[in-house]
Write a protein that binds this ligand. Structure first.
Ligand code: NAD
Ligand code: UGA
Length: 460
């Protein structure tokens, strides 16, 4: 395989996983972050985020993986430089590109400075992995050029590639080593050739692993222009969010007509054209990406004078799901004043410590505002949640959360929550022992037998 010198700017969920995986498959990687504390921690071998398998991968890759705050050094020494910084929601929901822009400009300056010392043999491939709206590739290219001009006005050799990321938190290492596809957008063919060579070990799965690869011959490349690659990323997230909102719409109808949405999901999901995944009804989608990416796509649509009716509906169904939790609590508890409500799981999904746009936060605020005391359990994200919500009492044992609770809400389907013992839960809870299963993961019959008042989403 051809070994590359790779720089990854932004050592967060995406950058760190990307860097560790590229080092694991044989490249030399330097991860750069402006957060000095984060870099110092990583340099000592501590991984600042919770992501299964990542700590081990970072430890094993240490010979080929380094961490630094030195962006110019990474630009000078890299063949390929990934931008994997945050693109949070900005004004009116549009993506805030200030981190991406700052990096692009610094890359231009550093490239021009490095060129003064020694001319590069091949252009630097600047790869945008952050999720950005259409046109951002051109924007990055312009800022690199402007940054270079600030130094000496000359032309610097670089290419811009869009390589959107599709990893899921909680299985980020697996998704990066065994992706469904690799999307590459560029205007120049030589940059695509470099990217294909860089990803070859992943495409051929020629690296040591104890993980079970996805059953397929090779990972497909989708090579396209910059704009289409950028659009693919937003379209993928918007489609997945819409799929979840669709099944939540069906769940609401199931409740009215007396059907069970979990059976409906099984029945439609076996159709290959529909597919079984992302049909779990419940409290709806959250996280660092679906909310902000759907918002950014809606903002782009409006910028162009298009009313994104389907995306608007996707969001309003999702907002309704959060309110449905409160309605289910009110229906059986009547008033929430003075009641104790346990939230089982706080992270936006299992196997992550990420609380960005976590449904738990909104539910906790709403329940609290109605006068109930809220106790939250999460095996990993508890401390973070306590720091964000001062009124939330956080415990680290699910049964401690249930003790004395009038109602419990399954918010995040951690294994510890899925495997809850209904008898033990019922023995600890106060009447009416209401269990709102916000993820439809518990067995209604076992819960009812144990004396819990079970309420799922769309389960008849
Ligand atoms: P993150 O907030 O976890 O990490 C971003 C990192 O970039 C931080 O460590 C920050 O300090 C660093 N940074 C910001 N500006 C910098 C600068 N000027 N120089 C150096 N470092 C800088 O973000 P994330 O979750 O990894 O997401 C990164 C991008 O990837 C976003 O655009 C996101 O939409 C996209 N994405 C995220 C996921 C995910 O699951 N988290 C999946 C696919 C795509
Ligand atoms: C999502 C996408 O799945 C990734 O492909 C993408 O790269 C990433 O966003 C991103 O752009 O950041 P992630 O947010 O980590 O990944 O998590 P998901 O597993 O997609 O779950 C998102 C939300 O949807 C969670 O709150 C989850 O609980 C909810 N969800 C998911 C449901 O409510 N029902 C489902 O059937 C599936």
């Amino acid at each position: 395989m051809e070994e590359f010198n790779v720089g990854v700017v932004g050592a967060g969920y995406v950058g760190l996983v990307t860097g560790a995986c590229l080092a694991h498959v044989g490249h030399r990687v330097r991860c750069v972050d402006k957060n000095e504390a984060r870099v110092a921690e990583l340099a000592e071998g501590r991984v600042p985020i919770y992501e299964p398998g990542l700590e081990e991968l970072v430890a094993r890759g240490r010979k080929r993986l380094s961490f630094s705050t030195d962006l110019p050094g990474a630009v000078r020494d890299s063949d390929v430089l990934f931008i994997a910084v945050d693109t949070p929601p900005g004004e009116g929901g549009s993506a805030d590109l200030s981190s991406v822009g700052a990096v692009a400009r610094s890359v231009g300056r550093a490239l021009a400075e490095a060129e003064r010392e020694r001319a590069r043999e091949k252009p630097l491939v600047v790869v945008n992995k952050s999720t950005v709206p259409v046109g951002s590739g051109d924007y990055v290219s312009m800022l690199v050029r402007e940054g270079a001009q600030e130094v000496d006005g000359g032309n610097v050799p670089y290419r811009v590639v869009s390589n959107p990321e599709f990893l899921r938190e909680g299985s980020a290492v697996y998704d990066s080593l065994f992706p469904d596809r690799i999307v590459l957008g560029a205007e120049k063919r030589d940059a695509l050739d470099t990217m294909r060579a860089l990803y070859q070990p992943i495409v051929e799965q020629s690296f040591p692993t104890q993980l079970d690869p996805r059953p397929r011959d090779a990972v497909p490349f989708v090579t396209t222009d910059l704009a289409s690659a950028e659009m693919i990323k937003y379209a993928a997230n918007a489609f997945l969010a819409t799929k979840i909102s669709f099944i939540n719409e069906m769940a609401a109808l199931c409740e009215l007509v007396g059907a069970d949405v979990t059976n409906v999901a099984t029945g439609i999901g076996l159709d290959d054209r529909i597919g079984a995944r992302f049909l779990n009804a419940g409290i709806g989608w959250g996280g660092s990406c679906f909310p902000k990416d759907v918002a950014a796509l809606r903002a782009v649509a409006r910028e162009y004078g298009h009313e994104p009716a389907l995306l608007d509906a996707t969001v309003s169904v999702n907002e309704r799901q959060r309110k449905a939790v409160i309605q289910k609590l009110q229906r059986d508890l009547r008033t929430l004043k003075g009641k104790r409500v346990a939230l089982l799981g706080l992270a936006f999904k299992p196997n992550t410590d990420d609380l960005r746009e976590a449904p738990s936060l909104e539910i906790a605020r709403l329940v609290n505002s109605l006068g109930a005391r809220v106790v939250g359990y999460d095996p990993v994200a508890g401390k973070g949640a306590a720091a964000m919500l001062p009124d939330l009492k956080v415990v680290f044992d699910p049964y401690e959360a249930l003790a004395g609770a009038h109602a419990a809400v399954v918010v995040t389907e951690w294994e510890e929550v899925r495997s809850l013992d209904p008898e033990k839960a019922a023995s600890l809870m106060e009447d009416p022992k209401l269990l709102v299963d916000g993820r439809n993961v518990l067995d209604p019959a076992a819960a009812l037998d144990a004396g819990l008042l079970y309420r799922g989403f769309g389960r008849g």
